[in-house]
Design a protein around this ligand. Structure first.
Ligand code: GCB
Length: 602
């Protein structure tokens, strides 16, 4: 794993970016001899020169739903990607060249011109390496990637591989979303000077309407004789304040009458971002490196009853979501993510959880800019074996996530896991260490574990700051019986608070709904039933809200999404308020009324 910063690539006076997105060559490894590619050194040749079935595969995209072949869709194991590219000759003189993958699911090995430059495991997280010495400048270069989607008892998330009677491998897992794989987010080359800004951390220490205090830390690699200049610039590019530094690269900035970062609908100008321009200067005052870091000025505090932004209590209303859409699977798709955030605005949500893994950085940027509060979840879902190797990898996924998202004002809670089997005694020590690990890395945000267990059976929620639970009243229990919802939700949320004396969020509730299926009186799977189920929950939430400890409601799910093949699922999980094609079901109109009504309370 690369040590140091993992800053999102941004162009500046001193940095250039070249995208490697596009059509790559793609080969599915035959499982009768899965290591053949390594043995034959495929990374040293062009896949097209070998006698292989080479196809074109778009990057970024999951590969599963691109072809017409079910064996590719359901493939377990390795696939290979490759393409060629040129880098300009003058790049050999400007310092360093970096290669950054925003995510490969699940595990990747990367070669440049036949030489290995990176190995990375765990999907949905970026990884990078300096490849200056491996490139041919002004000439053609080849990049080769092997990608393995296998999930095992010590991967994050856990899975199992079983061999069918005919020898074919089948991946099984206990979560329901489809295990999409491939190079699913952008791939970039970028340059930095030899002496460069490796990492930046910015924390708001104080934020009132008249005064704010920011603390920053810049880590520099290379020649330490440089001076560091930081300048805070507002949206209109006016300089607000700044500082010149040497030899230390940390300090604090006072901002008078700051424009604070507020959540959507809590302020006429939500998601206000400043830019922290960080510059390295040589002894003549000439620019060596520059990186522009977006900064939202906001504090986050919490008590045993509330979560407060800029000292104001917030009530979260939003969704659990997925990165999922037709054909591209979990592949980053700009039209889709803008559509999604337009729908989020339309419906008046102020928050969502990145269930059940970190989302693309482009999505996180939108949340920062719009003031959408994010419960940032690491890729641990349904963990049931609490081994030591699992703990180490789970902690690594959190280290990588926090390193990536630490500066994001939108991120207000770290979610350590979704529905781990916390009833097992081994879960106790495991989650004590997981939560401690988060606290060692970031004390400015509260933690949660999203529980499927009850308050009486879990071994884990004593360690968190905010209690989260999922419950499918009138769906997985009492299906068809809406009359028990209000009482059950009120009782369960109350008991979580009674046992732990912490704020409580309902992170999932809902029911599968076929768009266009209507029944009066309501009947499960119909749009009427989803509307009825939601409105019962709203009554429970209204009661809970005035008790003072209940701080959020999240519907499962924003949109319908693909699952593994299962007789319970007709073409996927249909608990969406929107269809997979991002059109509203009847419930969306009801939800819109509620979320706008909640927003008016501010
Ligand atoms: C859950 C899971 C979520 C599933 C959902 C369902 O409890 O957290 O990932 O999609 O139930 O619809 O079954």
């Amino acid at each position: 794993l690369h040590k140091g910063g993992i800053l999102y690539p941004r162009e500046s006076e001193t940095r250039q970016i070249q995208s490697l997105d596009g059509l790559w060559n793609f080969v599915v490894m035959n499982n009768s001899n899965p290591v053949l590619g390594f043995k034959q050194h495929w990374h040293k040749k062009s896949l097209r020169e070998l006698d292989l079935d080479v196809q074109l595969m778009p990057v970024p995209s999951s590969y599963n739903d691109i072809t017409t072949d079910w064996q590719i869709r359901d493939h377990v194991g390795l696939v290979w990607y490759e393409r060629t590219f040129f880098v300009p000759k003058f790049w050999s003189e400007i310092g360093r060249v970096w290669l950054r993958f925003e995510s490969v699911s699940y595990a990747a090995q990367v070669w440049i011109n036949g030489q290995q430059v990176m190995i990375h495991e765990i999907g949905h997280l970026p990884f990078l390496a300096e490849i200056t010495a491996y490139l041919r400048y002004g000439l053609e270069n080849r990049i080769t990637v092997s990608c393995d989607n296998t999930l095992l008892p010590d991967t994050v998330p856990q899975g199992y591989v079983k061999e069918l009677q005919n020898g074919r491998l089948q991946q099984t897992y206990t979560f329901d979303f489809y295990n999409y794989a491939g190079i699913d987010r952008p791939v970039k080359l970028y340059t930095t000077p030899k002496t460069y800004i490796d990492d930046i951390t910015v924390i708001t220490l104080e934020a009132t309407p008249t005064n704010a205090l920011l603390q920053y830390n810049v880590s520099v690699i290379g020649d330490y004789n440089v001076t560091c200049r930081v300048t805070l610039v507002d949206k209109n590019k006016n300089v607000v304040t700044g500082q010149l530094h040497s030899p230390d690269f940390f300090g604090s900035l006072r901002v008078e009458n700051p424009k604070l970062w507020w959540p959507y609908l809590m302020n006429p100008e939500p998601g206000y971002l400043y830019s922290l321009e960080v510059e390295l200067l040589d002894s003549y005052g000439d620019l060596v490196d520059k990186y522009i870091q977006p900064v939202g000025i906001r504090t986050l505090t919490w008590t045993n009853k509330q979560l407060l932004i800029n000292s104001k209590p917030v009530y979260l209303h939003g969704f659990g979501r997925h990165e999922d859409s037709d054909i591209r699977g979990k592949g980053l798709d700009l039209p889709l993510i803008i559509r999604d955030h337009n729908l989020i605005k339309w419906i008046g949500a102020n928050a969502y959880r990145t269930s059940h893994y970190p989302y693309a950085e482009e999505i996180m940027d939108l949340a920062d800019q719009m003031g959408i509060m994010i419960i940032d979840e690491c890729p641990s879902v349904n963990t049931e074996i609490f081994s030591n190797s699992m703990l180490v990898k789970h902690q690594s996924s959190l280290t990588q996530l926090i390193q990536r998202d630490k500066n994001r004002p939108a991120v207000i809670i770290w979610s350590a896991a979704n529905e781990p089997r916390t009833q097992y005694p081994a879960a106790k020590e495991y989650f004590r260490q997981i939560i401690q690990h988060i606290k060692n890395l970031d004390t400015t945000r509260p933690t949660t574990i999203v529980e499927a267990q009850g308050s009486g059976t879990t071994q884990a929620s004593e360690f968190v700051d905010i209690v989260s639970f999922n419950r499918y009243n009138a769906w997985y229990s009492n299906e068809g019986n809406l009359d028990l919802v209000i009482e059950n939700v009120v009782n369960e949320a109350t008991s979580w608070n009674t046992v732990y004396n912490k704020p409580v969020i309902m992170q999932e509730y809902g029911g599968d709904t076929m768009a266009g299926l209507h029944f009066l009186p309501n009947f499960i799977w119909s749009e009427e039933y989803q509307v009825g189920l939601l409105s019962r929950h709203f009554q429970a939430f209204d009661f809970l809200k005035i008790q003072g400890f209940f701080i959020g409601e999240f519907i499962w799910n924003f949109a319908d999404f693909k699952t593994a093949q299962d007789y319970k699922r007709v073409g996927g999980n249909k608990k969406g308020i929107f269809t997979r094609n991002r059109q509203p079901k009847s419930s969306a109109h009801l939800l819109r009324k509620r979320y706008w009504y909640l927003a008016k309370e501010y």
